[in-house]
Ligand binder design. Structure first.
Ligand code: SF4
Ligand code: SF4
Length: 428
């Protein structure tokens, strides 16, 4: 089977401090004594429906969406709201959160959940359930799935739903584990989103060529539904998973097969499994799979974690730190958000927590550019990161060229450890 790829740049990303992709055990993280549920920040904040002292149940609605980009909030645990917490994150944005003390009994955990039939539902009903249960992308900025689907609804073209199981980054170990453990839910979630999306005409399973067997299993499961579906193998070169690079690879496939695929609605396995749970079990997102590791962590693990669990608790369950962490990132070290406090919670978007010793955080001390050209070689957009970086440093952001999508390839390969991607993206 042919393997499709983006045409230039990228690199093979390996990291021995990540949990093994094929790690046999996925551990249930301890239930958190205190759960921290962010209400958002001043830019986008949900409307709380509970106050300090109130008792909440597992899966109870505790916050109402408040405009675009926000979603309804549910309590992941039973307990009592004991206080509000406020902190400034690494971008100096103030985050306000509810703190829930674990009390009472779980209504869902460990119990068989009732399955509801969704087959006769209209797309409007499916969209409403996805919206009501606060389903989001579960990576990057956590865009609401309902917003993504309705954005496509305005489009007149036909749509191909792309199920993205591309593992170009070892820190996607949790997504890999989810695909393996919940393959049927991922496929049924894709079928649900297909039906929720009026213009969808077929489904493509885009799977890294190293995981061909997983791709065949996904396609075999999809054959149980009467929907056109295909398997496309992609490279596993970073950043193949990013929308731009995946779309480039799929356009090559489209041309070679003389197809007309229309616009691509690209979704990862975690959001599809969440859509499945919302529609089939009326279940909001209560937990997620998280890869925890990095050179500062004694034992890397993949864990199933309640949303709102403090990051420090997960590190403890990984046997603690090896030494003083220089940097902790939520998400991949290449593009993840910096964590300032170990009390910060696991969010729906936290697919990995990476605690790095100094040696890993800054593989070497920042030095002057040596004109090696590596950054130009790996940039998948064809930019000259060295040149843009120098212009920004000398002339300021006006000199920046647009087109960088922040993949971080240039920064990783730079032997002088220059903060190329952050500077080009305006983060410095
Ligand atoms: S310049 Fe931007 S797009 Fe190019 S490698 Fe760097 S981060 Fe990626
Ligand atoms: S990779 Fe770093 S050292 Fe090499 S040319 Fe680019 S900026 Fe300069």
């Amino acid at each position: 089977m042919k393997v499709y790829s983006f045409p230039r740049g990228g690199f093979s990303y390996k990291d021995t401090t990540a949990p093994e992709l094929n790690s046999p055990d996925i551990i249930d993280a301890f239930l958190p004594a205190l759960t921290i549920i962010p209400l958002g920040n001043s830019g986008s904040r949900v409307q709380p429906l509970v106050s300090i002292g109130d008792t909440v149940k597992e899966g109870m609605l505790i916050g109402k969406a408040n405009g675009p980009g926000t979603v309804n909030l549910y309590s992941p645990v039973p307990g009592r709201i004991i206080r509000k917490a406020v902190w400034k994150d690494s971008n100096s944005l103030e985050t306000e959160a509810l703190v829930i003390k674990l009390e009472g009994s779980f209504e869902r955990l460990g119990k068989k959940e009732e399955a509801f039939s969704w087959r006769g539902m209209s797309r409007y009903d499916l969209q409403r359930i996805i919206s009501d249960f606060g389903i989001v992308e579960m990576e990057n900025f956590g865009r609401p799935l309902a917003d993504i689907i309705s954005g496509f609804r305005k489009d007149n073209e036909k749509i191909t739903l792309v199920v993205r199981c591309v593992f170009d980054d070892p820190w996607l170990a949790a997504d890999y584990a989810l695909c393996r453990e919940r393959l049927k839910a991922v496929v049924e979630g894709a079928i649900i989103v297909y039906h929720a999306c009026s213009k969808a005409s077929n489904i493509i399973f885009a799977v890294s060529h190293l995981e061909k067997k997983m791709g065949e299993d996904l396609l075999a499961e999809a054959r149980h539904y009467d929907i056109p579906a295909a398997l496309v193998l992609t490279s596993s070169r970073y950043p193949q998973r990013q929308n731009r690079e995946l779309e480039l690879a799929l356009r090559i496939y489209e041309k070679k097969e003389s197809l007309a695929l229309g616009a691509f609605l690209i979704l990862g396995p975690a959001v599809l499994a969440a859509a499945h749970d919302a529609v089939k079990y009326k279940r909001p997102i209560l937990d997620r799979y998280v890869a925890v590791g990095g050179s500062a962590v004694k034992r890397a693990k993949i864990m199933k974690v309640r949303i709102g669990t403090r990051i420090g608790e997960l590190i403890e369950q990984c046997e603690g730190f090896n030494g003083k962490p220089e940097r902790i990132a939520a998400g991949s070290p290449l593009s993840g958000k910096q964590i300032k406090y170990l009390d910060e919670p696991i969010m729906k978007t936290s697919f990995a927590i990476v605690a790095m010793l100094k040696t890993q955080a800054s593989l070497h001390k920042m030095q002057n550019c040596i004109n090696c050209g590596e950054c130009r070689t790996v940039c998948p957009v064809g930019l000259d990161p060295q040149n843009i970086y120098k212009k920004i440093v000398i002339f300021g952001m006006e000199a920046a060229t647009t087109g960088c999508h922040g993949c971080g390839c240039c920064k990783v390969v730079c032997p002088s450890a220059l903060p190329l991607s952050e500077t080009i993206q305006g983060g410095v």
